[in-house]
Design a protein around this ligand. Structure first.
Ligand SMILES: Cc1cc2nc3c(=O)[nH]c(=O)nc-3n(C[C@H](O)[C@H](O)[C@H](O)COP(=O)(O)OP(=O)(O)OC[C@H]3O[C@@H](n4cnc5c(N)ncnc54)[C@H](O)[C@@H]3O)c2cc1C
Length: 452
């Protein structure tokens, strides 16, 4: 999110302070969080401009539109956006219903982007390739803060998938096999049916995307018996992958764990765990996957297709010329890392946070939404909505409102089943007031039930 001017306007540097106060806030990415930022800016009477790389809003969600979400509408609509929409003839979806990705875009994001207060300021097919202070590289300090921008970088991570290899590097072997690897969630029972039918398919990864893929492949196998499914995961403990199941505060999320457990127990999927992929070797038209299990070399032969659901990572290249601090391991916003680090938090439930935690060394620049979590997989839209509400409050000088982070996220329920070992948070995460660094794994806050 940055205070910017259209690129062809060049008059800013003569009178920077004056210009700056008249510039719109720039938002990169018209996903749910970028559009929510716009709604909050409208509600505060602030101007904005949105750059969206895709040819429509919600472009990342469109890539998996046939998948049903796990959180109901209640959690998926930003409050300021809802108010703007309710002032029109928009019919709000039922709170308890759970949309598909397509429904999320069609019934919420598109109507929001079509509002007369939003639509003229959304620039589609406009990929941001770099951000800098006007005329200054990031080395120069003098006069920096007077030069224009306030940016919300809400560009997500979905279009930047992690590689299959456990060391996190895209090797030439993987690059050469791109036409046999799908890094998203394929439409196994729809447009991609032929691609996977009767094939030996390896699914890599242990998150909800992998579970969605596996459940669809298991359905395909019922009608196409020759379809073989192999699942490679690095985690040793399958219970950890199944999640909170009946204990999950979002029943649809819990159901994913329950369903995949049944599929695994039925023997429909061959599970390779803890499998660490080292290289891929093309062999007689098939793929050989070489890796280790518990340090011993192991080879999977005759693989036809691979689905890589190993998560995604933020594209930090666009923020190279601004002063940002990201966590060295997660690549999340630095201050968020202790709150979301999966090495520390076993629960998956993440405490809400606001402008204070999201602040960057570069004044008026914020990374929000899925991108703010870097490689951590636990981001929920509701968290992003609260992030942008808090930032916009700070932007208009209402620091009390900016500091007051109010958000109740449904618990994941995994703490109760003895998974992991990092923390002991089990309750729903409800925070009424927060200060930035008082809650971390090492220094628990008294103000919420996650860290306390
Ligand atoms: C299968 C699946 C199910 C999910 N279910 C849920 C759920 O039940 N509940 C929930 O809360 N969350 C769920 N999520 C997560 C949720 O979809 C994401 O958290 C959410 O989309 C993040 O919103 P965002 O606006 O931060 O980023 P995104 O939705 O990723 O949007 C980013 C936007 O930025 C654009 N962009 C990227 N780079 C640039 C650039 N350089 N310049 C300009 N534009 C750019 C992209 O095209 C995209 O439109 C699910 C995700 C998946 C994959």
């Amino acid at each position: 999110m940055f205070k910017s001017i259209p690129v062809n306007q060049t008059s800013c540097c003569d009178t920077p302070a004056k210009e700056k106060s008249h510039l719109p806030v720039a938002i990169i990415g018209a996903g749910p969080v970028g559009l929510a930022a716009a709604a909050h800016l409208i509600s505060q009477g602030e101007s904005f401009i949105i750059f969206e790389a895709g040819d429509e809003v919600g472009a990342n969600i469109r890539k998996w539109e046939y998948v049903r979400l796990f959180s109901p509408w209640e959690y998926n609509i930003d409050k300021a956006a809802r108010e703007l929409l309710l002032a029109t003839d928009w019919i709000a979806p039922e709170n308890a219903e759970i949309p598909t990705g397509k429904e999320l875009v069609e019934q919420y994001l598109k109507p929001l982007a079509a509002l007369p207060q939003v639509s003229p300021y959304v620039y589609l097919n406009s990929k941001v390739t770099g951000i800098s202070r006007k005329g200054l590289s990031k080395v120069t300090t003098k006069g920096r803060e007077q030069l224009p921008f306030v940016i919300h970088d809400a560009s997500g991570t979905w279009s930047n998938p992690n590689p299959l290899r456990s060391d996190g590097i895209y090797g030439q072997d993987e690059i050469a096999l791109q036409n046999r690897i799908n890094y998203g969630i394929p439409n196994v029972l729809g447009t991609d049916k032929e691609r996977y039918s009767g094939k030996k398919v390896l699914v890599v990864g242990s998150g909800h995307s992998a579970i969605n893929t596996l459940l669809e492949l298991a359905e395909l196998q019922k009608e196409s018996y020759a379809t073989e499914i192999v699942w490679a995961i690095r985690k040793a403990n399958l219970d950890e992958v199944y999640g909170g199941r009946e204990l999950d505060g979002l029943p649809a999320r819990g159901a994913l764990g329950i369903r995949i457990q049944k599929v695994i127990e039925s023997g429909a999927v061959k599970v390779m765990t803890p499998f660490h992929i080292e290289k891929l070797v093309p062999k007689s038209g098939k793929i050989q996957v070489v890796g280790t299990i518990n340090g011993e070399q192991n080879v999977m032969d005759e693989i036809d297709e691979i689905v890589g659901n190993t998560g995604s990572r933020p594209d930090l290249s666009i923020v190279h010329e601004v002063r940002v601090m990201t966590d060295p391991s997660l690549e999340s916003v630095y201050e968020l890392a202790p709150l979301i680090d999966p090495n520390v938090h076993s629960c998956g439930t993440v405490r809400p946070h606001g402008e204070q935690e999201l602040r960057q060394p570069e004044k008026d620049f914020y990374i929000v939404g899925a991108k703010s979590y870097g490689r951590a997989p636990t981001f929920l839209m509701a968290t992003g909505y609260e992030q942008v509400r808090s930032i916009v409050a700070a932007l208009v000088g209402d620091m009390e409102s900016a500091r007051k982070v109010e958000l109740e996220l449904p618990e994941t329920g995994v703490c109760g089943i003895g998974v992991g070992g990092g923390d002991s948070c089990c309750g729903p995460v409800k925070v009424e007031e927060t200060t930035s660094s008082s809650c971390s794994a090492s220094e628990p806050s008294k103000s919420n039930s996650c860290c306390g």
